[in-house]
Design a protein around this ligand. Structure first.
Ligand SMILES: Nc1ncnc2c1ncn2[C@@H]1O[C@H](COP(=O)(O)OP(=O)(O)OP(=O)(O)O)[C@@H](O)[C@H]1O
Length: 224
């Protein structure tokens, strides 16, 4: 088994309020069951990435934030960012340029998997699952945009995340690749039982996600 199914009750966001000065950017209560996608839509600057930073544990102190965030009863906000185990995909795949594709993936495998051969095997298996067999020794710079995106997904999946946070990871891909990548990400999240928060300004992303959509406005007036 490449990626262990996570036994969670999903993600719970309770009375999350994020403000920047007098402006309320996010006001949100939501339950995201395992394997399902909760989409947050809004224009540029409306606070989408800020919400993900808050959940992931790297919110800039310029923001005021309150509320509760838990996965399977674990209070994420009380944990250090690393311990929250939020798998994040950004617009840019952010692969380490000085490492091979295989090393980029195996780097993310938790340290309790000590056997080096097993680590290499896990990386090779997930790359094959991403339709990138025999890519382990490649230099990331030689990959196409879609291939880099799949390496980034492989890296997130082997890290044993509790949840996935997607910050417009499809937006740089052309339409066909975009649809393929969306399907792949949502399908793997479902298989692994991971709750997903997707932020986007693209209606097609929200439609493909299939779950509830929370819309936030330009002026920061959050509403359902
Ligand atoms: N460190 C910061 N200091 C001050 N303001 C900030 C800081 N980071 C973000 N902001 C502001 O907070 C608001 C929300 O930013 P955020 O990046 O969450 O928007 P977004 O909806 O993700 O936008 P985009 O779609 O362009 O990525 C914006 O008005 C932005 O200018």
């Amino acid at each position: 088994m490449i990626v262990q199914r996570q036994l969670t009750n999903g993600l719970s966001l309770s009375n999350v309020l994020i403000r920047l000065g007098d402006v309320s950017l996010i006001a949100l209560t939501a339950d995201v069951p395992p394997g399902s996608v909760f989409t947050v839509m809004g224009p540029s600057g409306s606070g989408k990435s800020t919400l993900l930073s808050f959940i992931g544990g790297f919110l800039d102190p310029v923001f005021d934030a309150e509320g509760a965030v838990s996965v399977d009863g674990v209070d994420l906000l009380s944990l250090e960012p690393q311990a929250r185990r939020a798998g994040i995909l950004f617009q840019d795949p952010l692969l380490f340029p000085h490492m091979s594709v295989g090393a980029n993936v195996s780097f993310a495998i938790p340290a309790d998997v000590r056997d080096r051969r097993l680590r290499r095997q896990i990386a090779a298996d997930i790359l094959a699952d991403m339709n990138l067999p025999d890519f382990a020794d490649r230099d990331p710079a030689t990959l196409s945009g879609g291939q880099k995106g799949r390496v980034a997904l492989a890296r997130v999946l082997v890290s044993r995340p509790r949840l996935l946070l997607l910050d417009e990871p499809f937006s740089k891909l052309d339409m066909e690749l975009r649809a393929q990548m969306r399907t792949l990400v949502f399908e793997r999240a479902r298989t692994a039982g991971l709750p997903v928060i997707l932020v986007t300004h693209d209606e097609a992303d929200a439609e493909a996600a299939g779950g509830p959509v929370h819309r936030i406005g330009m002026k920061g007036a959050a509403h359902d």
